[in-house]
Write a protein that binds this ligand. Sequence first.
Ligand code: SF4
Ligand code: SF4
Length: 61
Amino acid sequence: MVNFNKQLCNGIDKCESNGVCIVVCALDAIENINNYPKINEDACTECELCVRNCPNRAFSL
Ligand code: SF4
Ligand code: SF4
C-alpha cells in the first residue's frame, strides 16, 4: 500500500511539479480531492512512479 503524508504535500495548487503525481500515474489511480491527491487502492499496482516523482516525497511504500 502506498502511504500519503499530507503534511509533506502542500496541496496540488502549490506543487512545484504541478501535481505530477496525478499526471504520472498511468492507471489514473490518483484523483484530486479537495486539492490533495487521493490514491484509489483498488486501482494502484504500487508501481512507485508517484513515489519517485513527488518533489516533496509525500508518498512512501
Ligand atoms: S504507485 Fe503507481 S499505480 Fe499506484 S498511485 Fe502511484 S503511480 Fe499510480
Ligand atoms: S507531486 Fe507530491 S507535492 Fe505534488 S501534488 Fe503530488 S503529492 Fe503533492
